[in-house]
Design a protein around this ligand. Sequence first.
Ligand code: HEC
Length: 503
Amino acid sequence: MTESTPPRPSFAGPFFFSFTAILLIAVLALLPFWAGKPVEDGLQGIAKFIGRFHPVVLHLPIGMLVWVLILETGNLFAGKAGGPSSRMPLMFTALSAVIAALLGFVLYQSTPDYDAELVERHLYGGLFFACATVATFAFKCWVDSLDGLGAGFYRILLLGCAAVMGFTSHDGASLTHGKGYLTDHAPDPLRKLLGLPERKSPKSAAAADSGEQIVYREIIVPILERKCYSCHNVDKQKGRYRMDEYELLLKGGKEGDGIIPGNSAASNVIVRIELPGDDDEHMPPEGKKDLDPHELVLLKWWIDQGAPMETRLADLAVTDEVRDAIGKIVPEPTAENEEAPVDESSNVLKAEIQRLQAEFPAALNYEFQGSGQLTFTAVGLRGKFGDEQLAMLKPVLPAMASLDLSHTSVTDKGVSLLASATNLKSLRLAGTSLSDVSLETLSGLRNIESLNLYGTQVTGQGVMMLASLQGLGNLYLWQTQVDEAALKNLREKMPDCEILTGL
Ligand code: HEC
Protein backbone atom coordinates (compact mmCIF):
# COMPACT_ATOMS: atom_id res chain seq x y z
CA MET A 1 0.00 0.00 0.00
CA THR A 2 1.43 3.33 -1.00
CA GLU A 3 0.35 6.38 0.86
CA SER A 4 -1.97 8.48 -1.22
CA THR A 5 -0.37 11.86 -1.81
CA PRO A 6 -2.54 14.70 -3.02
CA PRO A 7 -2.20 15.11 -6.80
CA ARG A 8 0.54 17.55 -7.72
CA PRO A 9 -1.14 20.69 -8.89
CA SER A 10 -0.57 21.35 -12.56
CA PHE A 11 0.75 24.77 -13.45
CA ALA A 12 0.48 24.28 -17.21
CA GLY A 13 -2.83 26.20 -17.36
CA PRO A 14 -1.73 29.26 -15.41
CA PHE A 15 1.56 29.43 -17.33
CA PHE A 16 -0.23 29.22 -20.66
CA PHE A 17 -2.79 31.88 -19.76
CA SER A 18 -0.19 34.18 -18.25
CA PHE A 19 1.88 33.99 -21.41
CA THR A 20 -1.16 34.70 -23.59
CA ALA A 21 -2.17 37.56 -21.30
CA ILE A 22 1.24 39.21 -21.55
CA LEU A 23 1.12 38.98 -25.33
CA LEU A 24 -2.40 40.41 -25.52
CA ILE A 25 -1.58 43.25 -23.15
CA ALA A 26 1.52 44.11 -25.15
CA VAL A 27 -0.50 44.26 -28.36
CA LEU A 28 -3.24 46.39 -26.81
CA ALA A 29 -0.76 48.75 -25.21
CA LEU A 30 1.23 49.25 -28.40
CA LEU A 31 -1.82 49.68 -30.63
CA PRO A 32 -2.29 53.46 -30.20
CA PHE A 33 1.45 54.12 -30.70
CA TRP A 34 1.59 51.95 -33.76
CA ALA A 35 -1.55 53.39 -35.41
CA GLY A 36 -1.19 57.01 -34.34
CA LYS A 37 -3.99 59.55 -34.60
CA PRO A 38 -6.87 59.03 -37.03
CA VAL A 39 -6.22 60.36 -40.53
CA GLU A 40 -8.06 63.43 -41.84
CA ASP A 41 -11.32 61.76 -42.87
CA GLY A 42 -10.83 58.55 -40.94
CA LEU A 43 -10.39 55.04 -42.26
CA GLN A 44 -12.84 54.25 -45.02
CA GLY A 45 -14.64 51.15 -46.25
CA ILE A 46 -14.93 48.06 -44.11
CA ALA A 47 -13.39 49.79 -41.07
CA LYS A 48 -16.34 52.19 -40.95
CA PHE A 49 -18.67 49.19 -41.01
CA ILE A 50 -16.88 47.15 -38.37
CA GLY A 51 -16.25 50.04 -36.00
CA ARG A 52 -19.93 50.65 -35.52
CA PHE A 53 -20.28 47.31 -33.76
CA HIS A 54 -18.38 48.75 -30.83
CA PRO A 55 -21.48 50.14 -29.11
CA VAL A 56 -23.19 46.78 -29.59
CA VAL A 57 -20.41 44.57 -28.26
CA LEU A 58 -19.32 46.73 -25.37
CA HIS A 59 -22.32 45.71 -23.29
CA LEU A 60 -21.03 42.17 -23.14
CA PRO A 61 -17.96 42.75 -20.92
CA ILE A 62 -20.00 45.12 -18.76
CA GLY A 63 -22.68 42.51 -18.13
CA MET A 64 -20.13 39.73 -17.68
CA LEU A 65 -18.10 41.66 -15.14
CA VAL A 66 -21.24 42.42 -13.18
CA TRP A 67 -21.96 38.71 -13.15
CA VAL A 68 -18.44 37.95 -11.89
CA LEU A 69 -18.87 40.51 -9.13
CA ILE A 70 -22.17 38.94 -8.10
CA LEU A 71 -20.62 35.46 -8.05
CA GLU A 72 -17.67 36.62 -5.97
CA THR A 73 -19.91 38.45 -3.52
CA GLY A 74 -21.85 35.18 -3.16
CA ASN A 75 -18.61 33.24 -2.62
CA LEU A 76 -17.55 35.64 0.09
CA PHE A 77 -20.57 34.60 2.12
CA ALA A 78 -20.50 30.93 1.12
CA GLY A 79 -17.40 30.39 3.30
CA LYS A 80 -15.00 27.47 2.79
CA ALA A 81 -17.47 25.35 0.85
CA GLY A 82 -17.35 27.96 -1.92
CA GLY A 83 -19.87 28.70 -4.57
CA PRO A 84 -19.56 28.44 -8.36
CA SER A 85 -16.21 29.57 -9.72
CA SER A 86 -16.06 32.94 -11.42
CA ARG A 87 -13.26 31.78 -13.70
CA MET A 88 -15.29 31.03 -16.82
CA PRO A 89 -17.36 34.21 -16.75
CA LEU A 90 -14.18 36.15 -16.10
CA MET A 91 -12.59 34.59 -19.15
CA PHE A 92 -15.52 35.77 -21.25
CA THR A 93 -15.31 39.20 -19.64
CA ALA A 94 -11.69 39.48 -20.68
CA LEU A 95 -12.32 38.13 -24.18
CA SER A 96 -15.28 40.40 -24.88
CA ALA A 97 -13.44 43.37 -23.37
CA VAL A 98 -10.56 42.81 -25.79
CA ILE A 99 -12.96 42.55 -28.74
CA ALA A 100 -14.90 45.65 -27.64
CA ALA A 101 -11.65 47.59 -27.24
CA LEU A 102 -10.42 46.53 -30.68
CA LEU A 103 -13.75 47.51 -32.27
CA GLY A 104 -13.65 50.78 -30.37
CA PHE A 105 -10.20 51.39 -31.73
CA VAL A 106 -11.43 50.82 -35.28
CA LEU A 107 -14.36 53.16 -34.67
CA TYR A 108 -11.96 55.79 -33.35
CA GLN A 109 -9.78 55.45 -36.42
CA SER A 110 -12.71 55.66 -38.83
CA THR A 111 -14.71 58.47 -37.17
CA PRO A 112 -12.63 61.55 -36.44
CA ASP A 113 -15.54 63.76 -35.45
CA TYR A 114 -15.45 63.24 -31.72
CA ASP A 115 -14.01 65.65 -29.23
CA ALA A 116 -10.33 64.69 -29.24
CA GLU A 117 -9.69 64.93 -25.53
CA LEU A 118 -12.73 62.97 -24.47
CA VAL A 119 -12.39 60.30 -27.12
CA GLU A 120 -8.73 59.74 -26.27
CA ARG A 121 -9.50 59.38 -22.61
CA HIS A 122 -12.21 56.89 -23.50
CA LEU A 123 -9.84 55.03 -25.81
CA TYR A 124 -7.10 54.67 -23.18
CA GLY A 125 -9.75 53.78 -20.59
CA GLY A 126 -11.10 51.02 -22.82
CA LEU A 127 -7.68 49.62 -23.62
CA PHE A 128 -6.70 49.73 -19.98
CA PHE A 129 -9.93 47.99 -19.01
CA ALA A 130 -9.26 45.20 -21.51
CA CYS A 131 -5.70 44.76 -20.23
CA ALA A 132 -6.89 44.80 -16.62
CA THR A 133 -9.48 42.07 -17.17
CA VAL A 134 -6.97 39.93 -19.07
CA ALA A 135 -4.43 40.28 -16.27
CA THR A 136 -7.05 39.57 -13.62
CA PHE A 137 -8.08 36.44 -15.45
CA ALA A 138 -4.48 35.17 -15.60
CA PHE A 139 -4.14 35.91 -11.90
CA LYS A 140 -7.34 34.01 -11.19
CA CYS A 141 -5.87 30.93 -12.91
CA TRP A 142 -2.97 31.04 -10.46
CA VAL A 143 -5.27 31.52 -7.49
CA ASP A 144 -7.24 28.41 -8.48
CA SER A 145 -4.11 26.33 -9.02
CA LEU A 146 -2.66 27.42 -5.69
CA ASP A 147 -5.79 26.40 -3.86
CA GLY A 148 -7.11 29.85 -3.14
CA LEU A 149 -3.83 31.58 -2.33
CA GLY A 150 -4.18 35.26 -3.24
CA ALA A 151 -7.98 35.19 -3.38
CA GLY A 152 -8.16 38.44 -1.44
CA PHE A 153 -5.92 40.23 -3.91
CA TYR A 154 -7.99 38.78 -6.74
CA ARG A 155 -11.07 40.48 -5.32
CA ILE A 156 -9.22 43.76 -5.12
CA LEU A 157 -8.24 43.38 -8.77
CA LEU A 158 -11.88 42.76 -9.67
CA LEU A 159 -12.96 45.91 -7.88
CA GLY A 160 -10.25 47.81 -9.73
CA CYS A 161 -11.58 46.50 -13.05
CA ALA A 162 -15.09 47.61 -12.08
CA ALA A 163 -13.86 51.10 -11.22
CA VAL A 164 -12.05 51.47 -14.55
CA MET A 165 -15.19 50.20 -16.26
CA GLY A 166 -17.29 52.85 -14.49
CA PHE A 167 -15.09 55.73 -15.63
CA THR A 168 -14.69 54.42 -19.13
CA SER A 169 -18.34 53.78 -19.78
CA HIS A 170 -19.21 57.19 -18.42
CA ASP A 171 -16.89 58.82 -20.96
CA GLY A 172 -18.37 56.58 -23.64
CA ALA A 173 -21.88 57.67 -22.75
CA SER A 174 -20.81 61.32 -22.85
CA LEU A 175 -19.44 60.75 -26.34
CA THR A 176 -22.66 59.29 -27.67
CA HIS A 177 -25.25 61.25 -25.77
CA GLY A 178 -23.38 64.41 -24.92
CA LYS A 179 -22.10 65.45 -21.51
CA GLY A 180 -24.66 65.52 -18.76
CA TYR A 181 -26.93 62.94 -20.39
CA LEU A 182 -27.41 61.20 -17.05
CA THR A 183 -27.51 64.27 -14.87
CA ASP A 184 -29.52 66.77 -16.94
CA HIS A 185 -32.81 65.64 -15.49
CA ALA A 186 -31.58 64.76 -12.05
CA PRO A 187 -33.60 66.31 -9.22
CA ASP A 188 -32.11 69.55 -7.91
CA PRO A 189 -30.98 68.18 -4.52
CA LEU A 190 -28.98 65.47 -6.31
CA ARG A 191 -27.55 68.00 -8.76
CA LYS A 192 -26.46 70.13 -5.81
CA LEU A 193 -24.74 67.11 -4.30
CA LEU A 194 -22.87 66.57 -7.55
CA GLY A 195 -21.86 70.23 -7.66
CA LEU A 196 -24.04 71.02 -10.67
CA PRO A 197 -26.11 74.19 -11.11
CA GLU A 198 -29.85 73.98 -10.57
CA ARG A 199 -32.01 73.30 -13.57
CA LYS A 200 -33.21 76.14 -15.75
CA SER A 201 -35.74 78.17 -13.83
CA PRO A 202 -39.27 78.14 -15.15
CA LYS A 203 -39.18 81.92 -15.31
CA SER A 204 -37.03 81.84 -18.42
CA ALA A 205 -39.32 79.28 -20.03
CA ALA A 206 -42.40 81.30 -19.24
CA ALA A 207 -40.87 84.27 -21.00
CA ALA A 208 -41.41 82.57 -24.35
CA ASP A 209 -44.23 84.85 -25.35
CA SER A 210 -43.10 88.41 -25.36
CA GLY A 211 -41.27 90.82 -27.56
CA GLU A 212 -38.44 91.16 -25.06
CA GLN A 213 -37.05 87.75 -25.71
CA ILE A 214 -33.68 87.45 -27.42
CA VAL A 215 -34.45 85.66 -30.66
CA TYR A 216 -31.25 83.68 -30.97
CA ARG A 217 -31.08 82.51 -27.39
CA GLU A 218 -34.74 81.93 -26.70
CA ILE A 219 -36.15 80.82 -30.04
CA ILE A 220 -33.35 79.52 -32.26
CA VAL A 221 -31.15 77.77 -29.71
CA PRO A 222 -33.98 75.62 -28.31
CA ILE A 223 -34.76 74.38 -31.83
CA LEU A 224 -31.14 73.50 -32.58
CA GLU A 225 -30.81 72.02 -29.12
CA ARG A 226 -33.67 69.62 -29.80
CA LYS A 227 -32.78 68.67 -33.36
CA CYS A 228 -29.08 69.24 -34.03
CA TYR A 229 -26.88 69.62 -30.94
CA SER A 230 -26.78 65.90 -30.22
CA CYS A 231 -24.33 65.38 -33.10
CA HIS A 232 -22.84 68.84 -33.40
CA ASN A 233 -21.51 69.81 -29.99
CA VAL A 234 -18.27 70.06 -28.04
CA ASP A 235 -17.91 66.34 -27.70
CA LYS A 236 -19.24 65.19 -31.00
CA GLN A 237 -18.53 67.23 -34.07
CA LYS A 238 -20.02 65.43 -37.05
CA GLY A 239 -18.70 66.94 -40.26
CA ARG A 240 -16.35 68.78 -37.89
CA TYR A 241 -19.24 71.15 -37.24
CA ARG A 242 -20.17 72.53 -33.85
CA MET A 243 -23.48 74.29 -33.59
CA ASP A 244 -23.67 74.97 -29.89
CA GLU A 245 -21.72 78.22 -30.04
CA TYR A 246 -22.84 81.21 -32.02
CA GLU A 247 -19.58 81.86 -33.89
CA LEU A 248 -19.05 78.21 -34.72
CA LEU A 249 -22.66 77.83 -35.81
CA LEU A 250 -22.12 80.55 -38.39
CA LYS A 251 -18.65 79.38 -39.34
CA GLY A 252 -19.74 75.89 -40.34
CA GLY A 253 -17.80 72.65 -40.68
CA LYS A 254 -15.49 71.26 -43.27
CA GLU A 255 -17.79 72.35 -46.11
CA GLY A 256 -17.53 75.96 -45.04
CA ASP A 257 -20.15 78.52 -44.00
CA GLY A 258 -22.87 76.99 -41.86
CA ILE A 259 -24.99 80.12 -41.86
CA ILE A 260 -24.69 83.13 -44.13
CA PRO A 261 -26.47 86.00 -42.37
CA GLY A 262 -29.15 87.46 -44.57
CA ASN A 263 -29.20 84.55 -47.00
CA SER A 264 -30.95 81.47 -45.72
CA ALA A 265 -31.18 79.86 -49.16
CA ALA A 266 -27.39 79.75 -49.45
CA SER A 267 -26.77 78.69 -45.84
CA ASN A 268 -25.53 75.14 -45.59
CA VAL A 269 -27.70 74.48 -42.56
CA ILE A 270 -30.86 75.26 -44.52
CA VAL A 271 -29.62 73.55 -47.67
CA ARG A 272 -29.03 70.37 -45.68
CA ILE A 273 -32.39 70.53 -43.91
CA GLU A 274 -34.25 71.08 -47.16
CA LEU A 275 -32.65 68.18 -49.02
CA PRO A 276 -35.11 65.35 -49.62
CA GLY A 277 -35.45 63.02 -46.65
CA ASP A 278 -33.82 60.11 -48.46
CA ASP A 279 -30.73 62.08 -49.45
CA ASP A 280 -27.65 60.92 -47.54
CA GLU A 281 -26.77 64.50 -46.71
CA HIS A 282 -30.21 65.44 -45.38
CA MET A 283 -30.12 66.84 -41.85
CA PRO A 284 -30.87 65.57 -39.34
CA PRO A 285 -29.89 62.14 -40.67
CA GLU A 286 -32.35 59.33 -41.14
CA GLY A 287 -33.86 58.04 -37.93
CA LYS A 288 -33.73 61.42 -36.19
CA LYS A 289 -36.74 63.63 -35.84
CA ASP A 290 -36.99 66.21 -38.62
CA LEU A 291 -37.55 69.87 -38.01
CA ASP A 292 -41.22 70.79 -37.70
CA PRO A 293 -42.37 73.17 -40.44
CA HIS A 294 -42.75 76.04 -37.98
CA GLU A 295 -39.21 75.45 -36.69
CA LEU A 296 -37.86 75.68 -40.22
CA VAL A 297 -39.85 78.88 -40.82
CA LEU A 298 -38.29 80.46 -37.74
CA LEU A 299 -34.77 79.32 -38.56
CA LYS A 300 -34.94 80.72 -42.10
CA TRP A 301 -36.55 83.92 -40.91
CA TRP A 302 -33.83 84.45 -38.31
CA ILE A 303 -31.08 83.89 -40.88
CA ASP A 304 -32.74 86.23 -43.37
CA GLN A 305 -32.98 88.86 -40.65
CA GLY A 306 -29.19 88.73 -40.46
CA ALA A 307 -28.90 85.93 -37.86
CA PRO A 308 -28.45 88.46 -35.03
CA MET A 309 -27.17 87.20 -31.73
CA GLU A 310 -28.52 89.77 -29.28
CA THR A 311 -31.58 91.24 -30.98
CA ARG A 312 -34.98 91.11 -29.31
CA LEU A 313 -38.04 89.77 -31.06
CA ALA A 314 -39.72 93.17 -30.91
CA ASP A 315 -36.89 94.66 -32.97
CA LEU A 316 -37.18 92.30 -35.91
CA ALA A 317 -39.70 92.37 -38.73
CA VAL A 318 -42.34 89.74 -38.09
CA THR A 319 -44.65 88.41 -40.80
CA ASP A 320 -47.93 86.61 -40.15
CA GLU A 321 -46.25 83.30 -40.93
CA VAL A 322 -43.53 83.97 -38.39
CA ARG A 323 -46.04 85.09 -35.80
CA ASP A 324 -47.95 81.85 -36.24
CA ALA A 325 -44.73 79.89 -35.96
CA ILE A 326 -43.80 81.66 -32.74
CA GLY A 327 -47.23 80.85 -31.40
CA LYS A 328 -46.51 77.18 -31.96
CA ILE A 329 -43.50 77.18 -29.70
CA VAL A 330 -44.71 75.66 -26.50
CA PRO A 331 -42.49 76.37 -23.54
CA GLU A 332 -41.20 73.09 -22.21
CA PRO A 333 -42.91 72.15 -19.00
CA THR A 334 -40.45 72.44 -16.16
CA ALA A 335 -40.76 70.91 -12.74
CA GLU A 336 -42.38 74.00 -11.32
CA ASN A 337 -45.09 74.62 -13.88
CA GLU A 338 -45.94 70.93 -14.00
CA GLU A 339 -47.11 71.42 -10.46
CA ALA A 340 -48.97 74.62 -11.26
CA PRO A 341 -52.64 74.45 -10.50
CA VAL A 342 -54.55 73.26 -13.53
CA ASP A 343 -57.89 74.96 -13.55
CA GLU A 344 -60.51 72.65 -14.91
CA SER A 345 -61.69 75.21 -17.39
CA SER A 346 -65.33 74.89 -18.13
CA ASN A 347 -66.63 74.33 -21.64
CA VAL A 348 -67.85 77.89 -21.73
CA LEU A 349 -64.35 79.13 -21.02
CA LYS A 350 -62.91 76.79 -23.63
CA ALA A 351 -65.29 78.11 -26.26
CA GLU A 352 -64.38 81.63 -25.22
CA ILE A 353 -60.71 80.84 -25.59
CA GLN A 354 -61.24 79.42 -29.05
CA ARG A 355 -63.20 82.47 -30.09
CA LEU A 356 -60.43 84.77 -28.87
CA GLN A 357 -57.78 82.67 -30.52
CA ALA A 358 -59.57 83.21 -33.81
CA GLU A 359 -59.86 86.91 -33.04
CA PHE A 360 -56.17 87.31 -32.15
CA PRO A 361 -54.32 84.67 -34.13
CA ALA A 362 -51.24 83.28 -32.40
CA ALA A 363 -51.53 85.74 -29.55
CA LEU A 364 -53.48 83.65 -27.05
CA ASN A 365 -52.05 80.31 -25.99
CA TYR A 366 -52.06 77.82 -23.20
CA GLU A 367 -49.04 78.24 -21.00
CA PHE A 368 -48.13 74.67 -21.83
CA GLN A 369 -50.04 71.70 -23.12
CA GLY A 370 -52.75 70.50 -20.76
CA SER A 371 -52.52 73.59 -18.61
CA GLY A 372 -55.52 75.70 -17.67
CA GLN A 373 -53.28 78.75 -17.60
CA LEU A 374 -53.11 81.14 -20.50
CA THR A 375 -50.57 83.43 -22.02
CA PHE A 376 -51.30 86.39 -24.24
CA THR A 377 -48.92 88.49 -26.24
CA ALA A 378 -49.88 91.57 -28.16
CA VAL A 379 -46.40 91.86 -29.62
CA GLY A 380 -47.62 91.38 -33.16
CA LEU A 381 -50.47 93.85 -32.70
CA ARG A 382 -48.82 96.72 -30.90
CA GLY A 383 -50.71 100.00 -31.47
CA LYS A 384 -53.70 98.15 -32.89
CA PHE A 385 -54.31 96.68 -29.48
CA GLY A 386 -56.01 99.07 -27.07
CA ASP A 387 -58.45 99.20 -24.17
CA GLU A 388 -61.28 97.94 -26.35
CA GLN A 389 -59.36 94.82 -27.33
CA LEU A 390 -58.22 94.25 -23.78
CA ALA A 391 -61.85 94.34 -22.71
CA MET A 392 -62.52 91.43 -25.06
CA LEU A 393 -60.10 89.34 -23.03
CA LYS A 394 -62.07 89.98 -19.87
CA PRO A 395 -63.66 86.50 -19.61
CA VAL A 396 -60.28 84.76 -19.72
CA LEU A 397 -58.29 87.19 -17.56
CA PRO A 398 -58.70 85.12 -14.38
CA ALA A 399 -56.89 82.24 -16.14
CA MET A 400 -54.14 84.44 -17.51
CA ALA A 401 -50.63 83.62 -16.27
CA SER A 402 -48.64 85.81 -18.57
CA LEU A 403 -49.66 88.93 -20.40
CA ASP A 404 -47.58 91.05 -22.71
CA LEU A 405 -49.10 94.41 -23.57
CA SER A 406 -45.82 96.17 -24.37
CA HIS A 407 -46.03 99.04 -26.84
CA THR A 408 -49.80 98.74 -27.19
CA SER A 409 -52.17 101.69 -26.88
CA VAL A 410 -53.65 100.33 -23.65
CA THR A 411 -54.28 103.13 -21.08
CA ASP A 412 -54.91 103.30 -17.35
CA LYS A 413 -58.57 102.74 -18.05
CA GLY A 414 -57.87 99.40 -19.70
CA VAL A 415 -55.38 98.34 -17.04
CA SER A 416 -58.10 98.65 -14.41
CA LEU A 417 -59.60 95.48 -15.94
CA LEU A 418 -56.57 93.53 -14.82
CA ALA A 419 -57.88 93.55 -11.27
CA SER A 420 -59.51 90.22 -12.12
CA ALA A 421 -56.28 88.69 -13.46
CA THR A 422 -55.37 87.37 -10.06
CA ASN A 423 -53.29 84.47 -11.39
CA LEU A 424 -51.04 86.71 -13.40
CA LYS A 425 -47.35 85.89 -12.90
CA SER A 426 -45.77 87.93 -15.62
CA LEU A 427 -47.01 91.27 -16.93
CA ARG A 428 -45.35 93.53 -19.46
CA LEU A 429 -46.59 97.06 -19.97
CA ALA A 430 -43.40 98.55 -21.38
CA GLY A 431 -43.85 101.55 -23.63
CA THR A 432 -47.51 102.19 -22.77
CA SER A 433 -49.00 105.40 -21.45
CA LEU A 434 -49.48 103.81 -18.06
CA SER A 435 -49.27 106.16 -15.04
CA ASP A 436 -49.43 105.89 -11.26
CA VAL A 437 -53.20 105.50 -11.48
CA SER A 438 -52.72 101.89 -12.60
CA LEU A 439 -50.33 100.95 -9.84
CA GLU A 440 -53.13 100.60 -7.38
CA THR A 441 -54.66 97.90 -9.59
CA LEU A 442 -51.30 96.24 -10.09
CA SER A 443 -50.57 96.19 -6.36
CA GLY A 444 -53.54 93.83 -6.06
CA LEU A 445 -51.95 91.15 -8.25
CA ARG A 446 -50.81 88.92 -5.43
CA ASN A 447 -49.18 86.27 -7.66
CA ILE A 448 -47.17 88.57 -9.83
CA GLU A 449 -43.50 87.57 -10.20
CA SER A 450 -42.30 89.77 -13.01
CA LEU A 451 -43.51 93.24 -13.89
CA ASN A 452 -42.18 95.36 -16.72
CA LEU A 453 -42.98 99.07 -16.59
CA TYR A 454 -40.12 100.19 -18.81
CA GLY A 455 -40.74 103.51 -20.51
CA THR A 456 -44.01 104.33 -18.71
CA GLN A 457 -45.02 107.44 -16.73
CA VAL A 458 -44.91 105.84 -13.28
CA THR A 459 -43.22 107.83 -10.50
CA GLY A 460 -41.30 107.00 -7.37
CA GLN A 461 -44.31 107.71 -5.25
CA GLY A 462 -46.48 105.40 -7.33
CA VAL A 463 -44.19 102.39 -7.39
CA MET A 464 -44.02 102.37 -3.60
CA MET A 465 -47.47 100.78 -3.79
CA LEU A 466 -45.83 97.69 -5.23
CA ALA A 467 -43.76 97.14 -2.11
CA SER A 468 -46.44 94.88 -0.68
CA LEU A 469 -46.09 92.33 -3.49
CA GLN A 470 -44.21 89.54 -1.76
CA GLY A 471 -43.61 87.35 -4.79
CA LEU A 472 -42.32 90.05 -7.10
CA GLY A 473 -38.86 88.95 -8.23
CA ASN A 474 -38.24 91.23 -11.19
CA LEU A 475 -39.31 94.84 -11.64
CA TYR A 476 -38.25 96.74 -14.73
CA LEU A 477 -38.20 100.50 -14.35
CA TRP A 478 -35.93 101.85 -17.06
CA GLN A 479 -36.87 105.28 -18.40
CA THR A 480 -39.60 106.03 -15.90
CA GLN A 481 -40.11 109.00 -13.58
CA VAL A 482 -38.76 107.00 -10.64
CA ASP A 483 -35.86 108.93 -9.11
CA GLU A 484 -32.84 107.66 -7.27
CA ALA A 485 -34.14 108.42 -3.79
CA ALA A 486 -37.38 106.54 -4.39
CA LEU A 487 -35.42 103.65 -5.85
CA LYS A 488 -33.23 103.38 -2.79
CA ASN A 489 -36.28 103.40 -0.60
CA LEU A 490 -37.99 100.73 -2.73
CA ARG A 491 -34.93 98.49 -2.73
CA GLU A 492 -34.87 98.60 1.05
CA LYS A 493 -38.53 97.66 1.23
CA MET A 494 -38.17 94.86 -1.32
CA PRO A 495 -34.79 93.23 -0.68
CA ASP A 496 -35.72 90.07 -2.63
CA CYS A 497 -36.85 91.87 -5.73
CA GLU A 498 -34.42 92.59 -8.51
CA ILE A 499 -35.17 96.11 -9.64
CA LEU A 500 -33.73 96.96 -13.01
CA THR A 501 -33.24 100.57 -13.98
CA GLY A 502 -30.80 102.70 -15.85
CA LEU A 503 -29.88 104.43 -12.60
C1 HEC B 1 -27.56 61.89 -35.65
C2 HEC B 1 -26.52 62.82 -35.81
C3 HEC B 1 -26.80 64.16 -36.49
C4 HEC B 1 -27.78 65.08 -36.18
C5 HEC B 1 -28.86 64.96 -35.12
C6 HEC B 1 -27.54 66.19 -37.03
N1 HEC B 1 -26.45 65.97 -37.83
FE1 HEC B 1 -25.63 67.27 -39.17
N2 HEC B 1 -24.18 65.93 -39.60
C7 HEC B 1 -24.11 64.64 -39.12
C8 HEC B 1 -23.03 63.94 -39.78
C9 HEC B 1 -22.64 62.49 -39.54
C10 HEC B 1 -22.43 64.86 -40.67
C11 HEC B 1 -21.23 64.62 -41.56
C12 HEC B 1 -21.60 63.82 -42.75
C13 HEC B 1 -22.18 64.68 -43.81
O1 HEC B 1 -21.51 65.64 -44.23
O2 HEC B 1 -23.33 64.42 -44.22
C14 HEC B 1 -23.18 66.09 -40.53
C15 HEC B 1 -22.90 67.24 -41.24
C16 HEC B 1 -23.66 68.39 -41.19
C17 HEC B 1 -23.38 69.59 -41.94
C18 HEC B 1 -22.22 69.79 -42.85
C19 HEC B 1 -21.05 70.30 -42.06
C20 HEC B 1 -19.85 70.52 -42.93
O3 HEC B 1 -19.49 71.68 -43.11
O4 HEC B 1 -19.29 69.52 -43.36
C21 HEC B 1 -24.35 70.49 -41.65
C22 HEC B 1 -24.49 71.90 -42.17
C23 HEC B 1 -25.24 69.85 -40.70
N3 HEC B 1 -24.78 68.59 -40.43
C24 HEC B 1 -26.35 70.46 -40.18
C25 HEC B 1 -27.20 69.85 -39.25
C26 HEC B 1 -28.39 70.48 -38.75
C27 HEC B 1 -28.90 71.84 -39.13
C28 HEC B 1 -28.94 69.61 -37.87
C29 HEC B 1 -30.23 69.78 -37.08
C30 HEC B 1 -31.38 70.06 -37.84
C31 HEC B 1 -28.09 68.42 -37.83
N4 HEC B 1 -27.04 68.62 -38.69
C32 HEC B 1 -28.33 67.33 -37.03
C33 HEC B 1 -24.90 64.09 -38.14
C34 HEC B 1 -25.99 64.72 -37.54
